[in-house]
Ligand binder design. Structure first.
Ligand code: ATP
Ligand code: MG
Ligand code: MG
Ligand code: MG
Length: 478
């Protein structure tokens, strides 16, 4: 019988409980007190200080199912959503952790036991990567597990490539990090793509399901690696990717949980084609947006709230594209189906459902007033300028019509076009000038409200610290 997403989550936690691990609940998406991080992007985030030796817990082995968002900062998959079978903005990461207790040998052996004995995955479908110099990991995979040498691939640090393999994992530019070994599942020759390390690896045939990181260093701001007090283990497996494997489907969007959301989106938008990309994007984005609100983020013009705002607007644009905007809003209607599939595992979602619905409704209503005109204006600009937008045009689309550059870039991408880097530079300059003007107006008590944008009327996010908007992938997809 096919395992549901819920069963897979508890299979994992129970397996590691049986190996002496304490089950620890997911922490919120807004990291407790870590200014280096925009969102919780991995299971290890709540244990960061334990790895660093700065905090002690009552256990040395932990396991969790952690809600994660990768839509800003070092790990940003927003532009992958809708284009790959395996990336979400929000996903659940199953993990097991050793704080100076077990190390490579047990981690690898248990991973293999869970995959091939509990879940009975055919071993011949699995292959692994190791850090290129990690002979110890090679030895365990080859001699303890018995994996043939040609299915153990050595990989180095792949700086720069956005989603090519990189077997040195780090949470952010500083903090705990170390070499890793990753387990891939071969979905079959009918799907384009090559094994990790090959030129075709960005295809979706071989999908990375589980990363086992051997945490050994604390990376400093100047790049140096300081050894941790004790070697640790940190693993992460995408629940949705594993569900795809165990439910015998290729794409994450075909698993039970996503099918429920996609069917709901299809109903709301009267879309017959259940594989329509817009439905997938909407199903993805409702999870990120809802859980960000649950965890205290509200749409705003900076920091975390600005990331949330941009995700909501991307979702709303897909409703628009499907011709499915409604007078009293569309996107918030996805919250009920989300509660159906995730409310049991996340009771806080159900408790805050009303807040989530109201926030999404308000944000959509504000944007819906200008979206249509913004889209017409974009078409006009594209005619006028033969495809290449100027910085001023991009600025107008944002300032007057509430369409941020990443939304415009996403639309251009659908048309096979890109935003030239000069356009982004010019746009950044104009934004900076506008901020200057707003500051000056504030200083002289001019009483001028913030930018001509109506979004300024909405409630600000609770978080008002540093501004990470610039580094989180506003820039444009190649
Ligand atoms: P990929 O190379 O596919 O982008 P990754 O190497 O960035 O994945 P890790 O940082 O190693 O991912 O995270 C551990 C695990 O979390 C991955 O092996 C995968 O199963 C899952 N995962 C990572 N990013 C996503 C995502 N955007 N959506 C769903 N699952 C993800
Ligand atoms: Mg990635
Ligand atoms: Mg990877
Ligand atoms: Mg990885």
């Amino acid at each position: 019988p096919i395992r549901t997403s819920h069963q897979i989550r508890s299979d994992f936690l129970e397996f590691f409980r049986s190996k002496g691990h304490t089950i620890v609940p997911s922490s919120p998406l807004v990291p407790g007190n870590d200014p280096t991080l925009l969102f919780t992007n991995a299971g290890m985030v709540q244990f960061k200080d334990v790895f660093l030796g700065a905090e002690k817990r009552s256990y040395v082995r932990a396991t969790s199912s952690q809600r994660c968002v990768r839509a800003g900062g070092k790990h940003n998959d927003l532009d992958q959503v809708g284009y790959t079978a395996r990336h979400h903005t929000f996903f659940e990461m199953l993990g097991n952790f050793s704080f100076g207790d077990y190390f490579k040998r047990d981690a690898i052996a248990w991973a293999w036991e869970l995959l091939t004995q509990v879940w009975k995955l055919p071993p011949e479908r699995l292959l692994v990567t190791i850090y290129h110099t990690d002979d110890e990991a090679f030895d365990i995979w080859h001699n303890v597990v018995g994996l043939p040498a040609d299915r153990i691939i050595r990989i180095g640090d792949n700086k720069g490539a956005p989603y090519a393999s990189d077997n040195f994992w780090q949470m952010a530019d500083t903090g705990p990090c170390g070499p890793c070994t990753e387990i891939f599942y071969d979905h079959g020759a009918h799907i384009p793509g090559g094994p990790p390390g090959s030129p075709e690896e960005d295809g979706d045939r071989y999908i990375e399901i589980w990363n086992n990181v051997f945490m050994q260093f604390d990376r400093q701001a100047d790049g140096t690696l300081v050894p941790l007090p004790a070697p640790c283990v940190d693993t992460g497996m995408g629940l949705e990717r594993l569900a795809a494997v165990l439910q015998h489907v290729h794409s994450n969007y075909e698993i039970d949980l996503f099918q429920h959301l996609i069917n709901a989106a299809a109903k709301i938008t009267h879309t017959a084609d259940l594989e329509h990309k817009s439905l997938r994007v909407i199903a993805d984005h409702i999870r990120a947006c809802s859980f960000l609100i649950v965890d205290g983020v509200l749409p705003s013009n900076e920091g975390r709230g600005y990331v949330l705002r941009r995700i909501v607007r991307r979702a709303v644009r897909h409703f628009w594209k499907l011709g499915a905007l409604q007078a009293d809003g569309a996107f918030w209607r996805m919250v009920a189906p989300l509660c159906d599939v995730m409310g049991e595992a996340y009771p806080e979602l159900v408790r805050k459902r009303d807040l989530v619905e109201r926030s999404l409704k308000a944000e959509e209503a504000a944007f819906a007033q200008t979206l249509d005109a913004g889209m017409q204006r974009l078409e006009g600009y594209l005619h006028q300028s033969d495809g290449a937008l100027t910085g001023e045009q991009l600025f107008q689309l944002h300032d007057t019509y509430g369409c941020p550059p990443d939304l415009i870039a996403d639309i251009l991408r659908e048309k096979g076009m890109t935003l030239p880097p000069e356009t982004m530079t010019a746009y950044d300059g104009l934004m900076e000038q506008q901020r200057e003007r707003a500051r000056a107006a504030g200083k002289f008590g001019g009483g001028i409200a913030l930018p001509g944008e109506l979004i300024a009327q909405l409630a600000p996010t609770q978080f008002e610290g540093y501004d990470h908007a610039d580094e989180d992938g506003l820039v444009v997809q190649a």
